[in-house]
Design a protein around this ligand. Structure first.
Ligand SMILES: [Zn+2]
Length: 302
């Protein structure tokens, strides 16, 4: 949101509405700034150098995440097997030190499930599924995933995504309300002209209103889809790739074999030849991740 994300359209009427979108976003952001005054607007992330659009404070985010973390641990079976829990805590401790966050408190959980996945919630809460730890095999490969999750923390990715969604929702509401009223203005004008000329045609007015309603629905959907594909998903991919690079840096500082991150993603690419489209659309291709990591590690001379 600190960059331009304009929706392309050739329809002049739609164009007029859409050019108001950035203004609307500004208004939406301004509204949000009103009640999240502590941490709003564009800020430079000291770790990545990125300009980020942040509307939500860390403490607000932490309390949102506390509930999700409690739910996750309540709804899913948490492993107490020390071969998993102690291993994860040990790797987590080394990586958080590698990230310069060893003085912060971290909470780790291993979920007793074959899913090959891991996640991080605001407030330094890292969840690994057993399936991920089994698949990763070596400590360095687990450290690659851990580094990635810690990369999401230092990249402030959760705050950025939530902020985009908050502003996005407001922009969709404001944008479609504005668009609908513009379309409806046309029908009012038609109604006025007909009355003035004394040739009133009720059916034509009804057609105009029906068409305005249909178009405002399309407009609302279009703005929503535009936000989803033009803004949120690319950011998500960008975040994933950035977290990979940050993770490799932390692995290196913590003394793990960084090349194992490439091995992990190559293994994942070989494994996931028939992945579900949903996974594919929200995550970068594993082969691409392996390649990016390999290029980065080579460039660092590690
Ligand atoms: Zn990720």
């Amino acid at each position: 949101m600190c960059d331009n994300h304009d929706i392309q359209t050739t329809d002049p009427e739609m164009k007029d509405v859409l050019t108001k979108r950035r203004m609307i976003q500004g208004i939406a952001a301004g509204t949000m700034v009103g009640y999240t005054a502590a941490a709003s607007g564009c800020a430079t992330n000291p770790e990545t150098g990125d300009r980020q659009f942040i509307l939500i404070g860390e403490s607000q985010l932490n309390s949102m995440a506390a509930q999700s973390w409690a739910d996750a641990k309540q709804k899913q079976k948490v492993s107490t097997d020390p071969r998993y829990t102690q291993r994860l805590a040990r790797i987590g401790s080394r990586i958080s030190q590698g990230a310069g966050r060893g003085d912060q408190s971290w909470d780790y959980a291993v979920f007793d499930d074959d899913t090959k996945n891991a996640f991080v919630l605001p407030g330094n809460r890292v969840g690994f599924y057993k399936g991920m730890m089994d698949f990763a095999e070596t400590d360095s490969q687990i450290a690659a995933i851990m580094g990635h999750e810690v990369g999401h923390v230092s990249g402030r990715h959760a705050a950025e995504r939530v902020s985009q969604q908050m502003a996005g929702n407001l922009a969709v509401q404001a944008g479609s309300a504005y668009g609908s009223s513009k379309l409806m203005d046309k029908c009012r004008e038609l109604d006025r002209q007909m009355r003035a000329s004394g040739r009133y045609n009720r059916a034509e007015i009804q057609r105009c209103v029906a068409s305005a309603q249909r178009n405002s629905q399309l407009l609302s959907a279009g703005l929503g889809i535009g936000l989803m594909y033009g803004l949120i998903l690319p950011y998500s991919r960008k975040h994933e790739l950035q977290a990979d690079i940050l993770g490799a840096k932390y692995m290196h500082k913590a003394g793990y074999d960084v090349r194992e991150s490439v091995t992990l993603w190559e293994k994942m690419a070989a494994e996931n030849t028939s992945r579900q489209p949903e996974w594919m659309s929200t995550h970068p291709d594993p082969a691409r991740r392996a390649q990016q990591l390999s290029d980065f590690i080579t460039a660092q001379g590690w």
